[in-house]
Design a protein around this ligand. Structure first.
Ligand code: FES
Ligand SMILES: [Fe+2]
Length: 359
């Protein structure tokens, strides 16, 4: 057991990844929806074929947000001087003030666009870094599903803290008995010792498949299926926590992402798919109800914490409960270092590690 490690959060936002920008359902027809990712203002819409596009929400002429403009399904028109841009390429197509003999080459004028994709009910935007090359952008993340038929649900919460605190809150095993006290979940008295094996995976780490916590009532429900229940949890940079619960042919798969909106604000997006109790109509309702309660407990805690964080305290991260948080900071550093030096990333975990804590 080592001394607590002082740690500061620089709240650096990681470019070179996909982030969920908006729920798909918010972008309908010709609507232009302004949003923000990693401190960059964006406007998102759909072309005539329904494909989403993302522009920086600032006209290259004189910075007017495009979200005040007009859109006909193909061309985005700025409301200030009427310049028009092709939403597929970002190229300028028309400048109304130009005379017929003007020599200006319009196709050299471009608005800043971002790769955009739609997956699991979200519109994802790729936020490139200085090293990103068009042809090398990976596909947008997908929630793993394990059978053709399943149900899907979404929840989200705005968190008034920087992305680092949002993420380490997500992977912190020690707050459960204090923040998530409820008769149906766990109580302070149910604290007991736990031991789990963590192993490295690309850009992150995994908690090996284990039997879920015996102090959580929802897991006890699954026993009616008569199959052993296992949980696998993964964290992957920049911001994703995956959890899979398997019970014979039945499964529950979820992904939580913490997306930086600005330097001191982030958003938790939770997306779950399952075939457990598939035919119970109130299952989705129940899950949303409990999920919302659970997320609200985290959100309120972070709201209180945000007051303290305004004064930029150092953190004291202790072993073993805060080790995942330490790995997160190390992974982030290693990722940035690999980008800087153009070398393969040095993973902070060299092999499986067993962590022990009480929760
Ligand atoms: S600011 Fe957009 S056209 Fe002038
Ligand atoms: Fe929590």
């Amino acid at each position: 057991m080592s001394e607590p490690t002082p740690q500061t959060s620089d709240a650096q936002m990681l470019f070179g990844f996909w982030y969920p920008a908006l729920r798909s359902q918010r972008v309908r027809g010709r609507r232009l929806v302004p949003t923000m990712l990693l401190g960059v203002p964006l406007v998102i819409g759909r072309d005539a074929d329904g494909r989403p596009f993302a522009f920086k929400d600032a006209c290259p002429h004189r910075g007017m947000p495009f979200s005040h403009g007009a859109f006909d399904g193909q061309l985005l028109e700025c409301c200030y001087h009427g310049w028009q841009f092709d939403v597929r390429t970002g190229q300028c197509r028309h400048i109304p003030s130009l005379t017929s003999d003007a020599r200006l080459k319009l196709d050299r004028l471009r608005a800043l666009t971002f790769p955009c994709d739609e997956q699991d009910g979200y519109i994802w935007v790729y936020m490139p870094d200085a090293h990103s090359r068009d042809g090398e952008i990976p596909p947008a993340p997908r929630l793993p599903v394990f059978s053709p038929r399943y149900r899907l649900a979404h929840l989200s919460a705005d968190l008034p803290c920087n992305v680092d605190h949002g993420i380490i809150g997500l992977m912190d095993p020690a707050h459960g008995p204090f923040v998530h006290q409820a008769w149906w979940w766990r109580t302070r008295r149910s604290i007991h010792e736990k031991e789990k094996v963590f192993e490295p995976i690309p850009n992150g780490f995994r908690i090996r498949a284990h039997a879920p916590s015996t102090n959580s009532a929802p897991y006890k429900l699954l026993r009616i299926y008569g199959h052993p229940v296992t949980t696998t949890i993964e964290f992957v940079l920049p911001n994703m926590r995956f959890e899979k619960i398997q019970c014979g042919p039945y499964w529950f798969s979820s992904r939580a992402t913490v997306t930086p909106i600005t330097a001191d604000r982030c958003r938790l997006d939770y997306c779950a798919a399952w075939n457990i109790f598939y035919h119970l109509p109130f299952m989705a309702w129940l899950l949303k109800l409990f999920g919302r309660l659970f997320i609200e407990q985290d959100r309120r805690t972070m709201e209180k914490q945000a007051w303290g964080l305004k004064y930029h305290p150092r953190m004291l991260l202790i072993d073993d409960a805060d080790r995942p948080a330490k790995w997160y900071f190390q992974l982030k550093k290693a990722y940035l270092e690999a980008k800087r030096t153009n070398q393969p990333m040095k993973h902070p975990l060299s092999g499986p590690v067993t962590l022990r804590w009480r929760s």
